[in-house]
Design a protein around this ligand. Structure first.
Ligand code: C2E
Ligand code: MG
Ligand code: MG
Ligand code: MG
Length: 286
């Protein structure tokens, strides 16, 4: 009986595996086509300074809508793109699209909005990473001064010597460097001292329970204190409520990003948001 049961279970897993790998194969083929057709969109999420109430920048987040299966989340297709190597052409396409938006904003008189771009590990590891992104920026007449690169703890912890060299080079070129999803990896804050960073982004999983769980509160508070000692500005990710903003302000957090202010929106929606923000600020409502 047990044996039969085991076999059913095996059959079940096998079916699931088949279904999963079928989806993966389908997505891989569609990703390939999508990259060729440049069929991706970039959304932008504002970051707000708690000090000045200014919008200090936006994060670029890629979006993909497939004709046959609809919206696929980056949480699904970015890892797949990394596994298949497609992340390289995809990442270059993302840089291109961001540059095009920056050019369009310029025609609207918006010249200095900072944009952060998420960098996948495999992309960053390419020997020609710096040359390639530099080529794209030059092609579109965009400057590194306006760009920030978001790297996760896992990316910078891989092989520190060559990574530090690369980061120093990027920083000297004018890029700002952030560490993304901080707290989800294994690095200690003192270790971060070795890297030339500008910003530290505290992962949403810490912010989520910051108003109810004392231990999360203590962790966030000490991350902020230590970051400031290391001359890093702190960005809180995934802020969804007024209460979270209040407590983060009390903790001296520098910058807030999250649905509370705005979800990621297309370029046009971002322009509307920026305009509205200015009006509200002048009326003293923000
Ligand atoms: P991430 O870089 O940590 O981006 C933050 C994610 O949190 C985004 O999800 C954003 O939409 C979401 N988010 C922001 N505020 C809130 C909030 O208040 N509540 C909640 N629940 N979520 C919030 P998204 O766009 O689905 O991206 C997920 C991850 O996929 C990103 O995490 C990043 O690791 C990766 N990713 C997204 N776009 C790109 C890209 O252009 N290139 C690369 N290499 N990776 C990307
Ligand atoms: Mg990010
Ligand atoms: Mg993050
Ligand atoms: Mg994340």
């Amino acid at each position: 009986f047990a044996k039969q049961n085991g076999r059913n279970q095996y059959a079940f897993y096998f079916e699931e595996l088949k279904r999963d790998s079928k989806r993966q194969l389908f997505l891989e083929a569609e990703l390939r086509k999508g990259i060729q057709a440049k069929d991706f969109n970039i959304y932008y999420q504002p970051k707000i300074s708690l000090d000045t109430n200014e919008i200090v920048g936006v994060e670029a987040l890629v979006r993909w809508q497939n004709d046959q299966i609809g919206v696929v989340s980056p949480g699904e297709f970015i890892p797949l793109a990394e596994d298949t190597g497609l992340i390289i052409p995809l990442s270059e396409l993302i840089f291109e699209k961001v540059c095009l938006d920056i050019l369009e904003w310029r025609t609207l008189g918006l010249n200095n909005l900072n944009v952060s771009i998420n960098i996948a590990s495999l992309h960053f590891q390419q020997d020609n990473f710096i040359e390639r992104i530099n080529e794209i920026l030059m092609q579109y007449n965009c400057s590194p001064q306006q760009l920030e690169l978001e790297l996760t703890e896992r990316t910078i912890m891989k092989d520190s010597e060559s990574i530090i060299t690369k980061l120093i080079k990027l920083k000297n070129m004018g890029f700002k460097i952030s560490i993304d999803d901080f707290g989800t990896g294994y690095s200690s804050l003192s270790y971060l001292n070795r890297f030339p960073l500008n910003y530290l982004k505290i992962d949403r999983s810490f912010i989520q329970h910051i108003t109810s769980l004392k231990d999360k509160q203590a962790i966030v508070e000490s991350i902020i204190l230590m970051s400031h000692r290391l001359q890093l500005k702190v960005i809180a990710e995934g802020v969804e409520s007024k209460e979270q903003v209040k407590i983060l302000k009390e903790m001296n957090c520098d910058i807030i990003q999250g649905y509370y202010y705005s979800k990621p929106v297309p370029s046009k929606g971002l322009m509307d948001f920026l305009e509205l923000w200015e009006i509200l600020k002048q009326e003293g409502k923000q």
